[in-house]
Ligand binder design. Structure first.
Ligand code: NAD
Length: 508
């Protein structure tokens, strides 16, 4: 890991305190980043103080004045170079993400690949920030709309995607002409600092201001500064519903805009017409991938009564064969949870669901021994329930899968929709009527609804996000870019008269 940190220019100075880098040099309290993989201290950084925060915002304001004047395709060209720089750093950045967050190496690299993909998407977008033109009802008048940047976009991100979610926001915001200030998760600060170095080098090479990409390392309080700051017109926040409610209220209180990407409680419906050959890998990957710490993790499996026992038995068998351990070892299927607090949440959730009548079919164990010295490794767990109890309706960020039986598709869809969250959903069926009902207006109420694909693993080309307590935000592909811009409607009169709209006469 030392070589990786060196390559990403993360230096420890003063006996390991502060990263001592030009692009991040906070002066607040020390934040230590421990790896959930082996419990080792990776590095220490200083958090932002209010003074540091003010400096970053001032730099961002200055940078915005320059950046908004750069033609969008030229901004796209700089984002293209960011994509190239990420390609060059993919191996090291992916390794750091895996080690600091605890996801598999393949997923760490996959996360960096998503960053590269969104850069490519944003480059094309930089030539497609289209507005409509309309026919005016008045003679010799022209009407059209155009899109302008907003200013400073504040990005608050969660630990489980330490770098990709930031890039989904930042790359789009940059081609739109905004500047960004990023408050990464306090659990993964080094991955954020590594990204900052990569981006700053590109900005320097292009002779554009550093303030285009601002970083403020710190905890919730630093996020609150962003939410309450009227100089930040848009706050894009990814994390728990609890956090989203706080950010949403703070931003709404000053009539700013927020883009909220919050918790999910995703279900797969498996009908009696499903191809079980593809169901099983989709469910296992969705439920145990990233140790159940994806917003799109499969948490509920709604099974038709005719296939219930078969699927249940197959899953229990596969779960007993899963290899749990160091996620940087590609032989392992399941890595650690982020920290011991997450382990406690896993245990508490299982105890509560047992008290609610849940029947544990597999798992419910915290692993110990040398290979698990960080104390963050747990066994993926399967629980059988007869109704959606309060625990089933709650997002526990751990690999706990609830199995529920159904008999009619209407009942299955009602179960699928019967939770407060609305992020991702899926149906497995080869029956066209079942699939179309699930996708119809009286089908899934989620932002993402898939057929014969699991709930996790979205592509960047689509708009990503969910409804209800997931927050309603959309980012990444499709027309999500509109969130980062303001629309202006323009009417131009090139006649010699001043006709008023709606035929109103005003004689003077
Ligand atoms: P979290 O809510 O604890 O923290 C997320 C971020 O918000 C952190 O940077 C944190 O410092 C900051 N924060 C916390 N409280 C805040 C406040 N009051 N004001 C401002 N900032 C605040 O979430 P987490 O544990 O890091 O991540 C897991 C959660 O994120 C899960 O609920 C998961 O579903 C969700 N998530 C959602 C998506 C999505 O796109 N919908 C993607 C990834 C993660």
């Amino acid at each position: 890991m030392k070589k990786v940190l060196k390559a990403l220019q993360i230096k420890n100075i003063n006996n390991g305190v502060s990263t001592g880098v030009d692009s991040w040099a906070g002066s607040g309290k020390v934040l230590s980043s421990y790896s959930p993989v082996d419990g080792e201290l990776i590095g220490k950084v200083r958090q932002a103080t209010k003074d540091d925060y003010e400096k970053v915002i001032t730099k961002a304001e200055e940078a915005y004045k320059i950046w908004r004047e750069v033609p969008a395709p030229k901004r796209g060209e700089i984002v293209r170079q960011m994509g190239e720089a990420l390609r060059a750093n993919k191996d090291n950045l992916g390794r750091l993400v895996s080690y600091e967050m605890g996801k598999s190496l393949q997923e760490g690299w996959g996360e960096v690949q998503e960053m590269i993909d969104i850069c490519d998407f944003a480059v094309g977008l930089s030539r497609q920030l289209y507005g409509l033109s309309m026919h005016s009802e008045r003679l010799q008048h022209r009407m059209y709309e155009q899109w302008h940047p907003l200013g400073i976009v504040g990005i608050i991100s969660a630990f489980n995607f330490p770098v990709a979610v930031w890039s989904w926001n930042a790359m789009l915001a940059w081609v739109c002409g905004d500047v960004c200030v990023w408050k990464p998760s306090e659990k993964t600060p080094l991955s954020a600092i590594a990204c900052q170095h990569i981006i700053q080098a590109v900005l320097r090479n292009n002779n554009v201001p550093e303030g285009i990409s601002g970083l403020i390392v710190g905890d919730r309080e630093v996020g609150e500064w962003l939410s309450n700051d009227t100089r930040v017109p848009l706050v894009s926040a990814t994390g728990s519903t609890r956090m989203g409610k706080a950010v949403g209220q703070a931003v709404a209180g000053r009539l700013g805009r927020s883009l909220l990407e919050l918790g999910g409680n995703n279900a797969i419906i498996v009908t009696e017409n499903a191809d079980l050959q593809i169901v099983i890998p989709a469910v296992v990957f969705g439920a145990v991938g990233t140790a159940g710490q994806r917003c799109t993790t499969t948490r509920r499996l709604i099974l038709h009564e005719n296939i219930y026992e078969d699927v249940k038995n197959r899953l229990v068998k596969i779960y007993s064969q899963l290899r749990i351990g160091d996620p940087l070892d590609t032989n392992n299927h399941v890595g650690p949870l982020i920290d011991t607090d997450a382990v406690n949440n896993y245990q508490t959730a299982i105890e509560k669901v047992k008290a609610e009548g849940g029947n544990i079919l597999f798992g419910n164990e915290v692993l110990s021994g040398e290979a698990y010295q960080s104390g963050c490794y747990v066994k993926p767990t399967i629980v059988e329930v007869t109704t959606q109890t309060p625990m089933v309706c709650h997002e526990t960020f751990a690999p706990i899968l609830y199995l529920i039986k159904y008999s009619t598709l209407d009942e299955a869809i009602a179960l699928q929709n019967g939770v407060p969250q609305g992020l991702s959903s899926a149906i497995f069926t080869l029956n066209m009527r079942e699939a179309e009902q699930f996708l119809s207006a009286n089908g899934s109420d989620c932002g993402i609804a898939n057929v014969n694909i699991g709930t996790s693993g979205a592509e960047i080309g689509g708009a990503f996000g969910g409804e209800k307590e997931t927050g309603g935000g959309r980012e990444s592909g499709s027309d999500s870019w509109k969130n980062y811009m303001r629309r202006q409607t323009n009417t131009i009169n090139y006649s010699t008269q001043l006709p008023l709209a709606q035929g109103i006469k005003f004689d003077i």
